[in-house]
Design a protein around this ligand. Sequence first.
Ligand code: NAP
Length: 306
Amino acid sequence: MPLYNRVALIGLGLIAGSMSLAMRKHGLAGEVVGTARSTESRQIARDINLCDVIVDTAAEAVKDADLVVLCVPVGAMAAVAAEIAPALKAGATVSDVGSVKRDVIEAVGPHIPEGVHFVPAHPLAGTEHSGPKSGFAKLFENRWCLIVPGDADRAAVDRLTQLWQGMGSNTDEMDADHHDLVLAVTSHTPHLIAYTMCGVADDLGRVTDSEVIQYSAAGFRDFTRIAASDPVMWRDVFLSNKDATLEILGRFTEELFALQRAIRQGDGPYLQEYFTRTRAIRRGIIEAGQDTEAQNFGRDNTEDAT
Ligand code: NAP
């Protein structure tokens, strides 16, 4: 039995596409209806049969839907919520997959009509690719999905939790502010550092010509993968999770200064102790099944040097 008769996905990028494919693979929805902002994305989605039905507007998509999932950039959530509000079915659940929770709750919450349940969520799964062709059914398998129920109806929260578990995710519940702080540490600030490092290398690249690209296997390449993520999505993440990101960036800067001082003073024991501690973090991630143990992420890398 499907968990929802009709699921509407607003936005048809990496996350919505992966949800549609996963829900259909596991028989979790009777019907998946999707829509995207541009004619081009909707046409691609039709061509690749991404959903059961593709419609032209968000208001049309949510009609008679039991679950509506907002899969647009965080900064676009309020406008989409305002557009769909009058068309929502009584008793339906509205959720989202935004990477920031407090801001999205404040933007979407006021538009949710009486009798409709709002259960925010965030799948901790992604790639640097975007658009309707980037989704794949296994994206959420063995990844976490954080659900931020607030005071939402318990039955609605439980059903959404079952949906994420049905798509292969582990689930946990969290308060919105705590979510935003945790994600500032584990995702948002690392992305900012990757963007910065690529910017620095780009400036340097102008001096050293192609060396930065030619020798990028030595660690820098992994920064470039992260820094290739969708610019609009990440612009919105930093504008929306401002306080937590600034808090973590402040701590990062202090640590960086401490390492800078240790290097200047030739303090080997400090550096070694620091790097021993960080190595243990990597081991913990592998033991938790959240990354591969294969050398260099399993790449065929006979040419790589560090
Ligand atoms: P994506 O592949 O770039 O797709 C975004 C979708 O939103 C597209 O269908 C796009 O329509 C639509 N859209 C963009 N701007 C819009 C606007 N102003 N109004 C209405 N629709 C708009 O994005 P994604 O990676 O799936 O991300 C979607 C959400 O998931 C974001 O909130 C993001 O924070 C969150 N998330 C992302 C990741 C990740 O790693 N990518 C992981 C977890 C959560 P068009 O194609 O027609 O432009």
